[in-house]
Write a protein of this length. Structure first.
Length: 327
């Protein structure tokens, strides 16, 4: 009988590995197709989920900076109001003598100390010492409301790259009464800022952040400002602030004028009390409108004094000079 190729046992056994290899290759190919399909399905389902859901953003950390001097009665409620949003609370003290520094430490705040030269200089010294990239500046007599705190928290979860500082609206209280009209209507301050970008211009008082308008944003929440509880608190501030303001104006080459001293205060009162509705705040509104108008007069008067006031004679110094010359 003629022998047929592949008909013997050795040929049959030699062909078996080829079939097994082919079957394994096909199986692996099917598995790879299935895995690719699963991966594609996962990718497609992930692409339909908002980025904010599938990739939680790293919230930008925040330092709350509280400039303070003799703020023992204000510090605790101020600190309590920001605990929910602050990764660090930094108290910058300028020479307190009423226990403010010890209280700040007991509340868990980090404390830095330096003499106050002027407000811009002091804040520009304190801002770089914040541990975190965003800084919220809160005066000790201010309170962050829960609504504003929630908005700040949301903002820092994904801060806009084109914004360096945010305006915050604030409600002002005078002698415990809220003022809704006059100079306090829609009052706002630029306080939430990037530590490494924002600095104040060289003004001793009523300092302003040097941030381009295009890089400023505004939050809707409001803070509370308890400006003064008594006249004993308010009047020393008025004396201090008007003196700093007069020096700024004097060094800028400005001088007081007769008409400015005579006409600006009554016009300012009319503007605040009548045109801006200060009368709607009752007697507190009347007082605040009058005080702001008088503050304007005092700035002009102190500006005039810098150029024209005659210094008080010092007899003791004169006697000492005479004795030195005689010797």
């Amino acid at each position: 009988m003629e022998k047929i190729a592949g008909d013997n046992d050795s040929d049959l056994f030699a062909a078996e590995p080829d079939r097994a290899t082919t079957n394994a290759t096909i199986a692996r190919a099917k598995i790879e197709v299935i895995l690719d399909a699963i991966a594609a399905a996962r990718y497609l389902s992930a692409s339909l989920i908002p980025i904010s859901v599938r990739e939680p953003a790293m919230r930008q950390q925040l330092t709350v900076l509280i400039p303070a001097k003799n703020e023992r009665k204000n510090l605790r409620p101020c600190v309590d109001a920001v605990r929910g949003i602050a990764d660090e609370i930094l108290v910058a003290d300028s020479g307190s003598t009423d226990g403010t520094q010890a209280l700040a430490r007991s509340l868990g705040c980090r404390l830095i100390e330096r003499e106050l030269i002027d407000f811009s200089n002091f804040k520009n010294w304190a801002i770089p010492q914040a541990a975190h990239p965003w800084v919220l500046i809160v005066d000790a007599d201010e309170r962050i409301t829960p609504e504003l705190a929630a908005e700040i928290r949301t903002t820092l979860e994904r801060p806009a790259a084109e914004i360096d500082a945010y305006w915050l609206y604030r409600d002002t209280f005078f002698l415990g009464h809220q003022l809704r009209w006059g100079d306090c209507r829609n009052e706002r301050v630029l306080r939430l800022l990037r530590r490494d970008v924002c600095r104040y211009g060289q003004h001793r008082v009523h300092e302003r952040l040097m941030v381009p308008d295009a890089r400023q944003g505004t939050l809707k929440g409001r803070m509370l400002h308890y400006t003064s509880w008594t006249y004993e608190q308010y009047l020393p501030k008025m004396i201090h602030y008007t003196g700093l303001s007069a020096r700024d104006k004097f060094e800028a080459g400005k001088r007081a004028s007769f008409w400015g001293m005579l006409l600006r205060p009554p016009f300012r009162f009319f503007q605040l009390y009548i045109l801006r509705g200060g009368f709607l705040d009752g007697l507190p509104g009347l007082q605040m409108s009058m005080l702001i108008a008088f503050t304007g007069f005092l700035k002009q008067a102190r500006l005039w004094a810098l150029a024209n006031a005659i210094p008080q004679p010092d007899p003791e110094a004169t006697m000492a000079d005479a004795e030195k010359k005689a010797a």
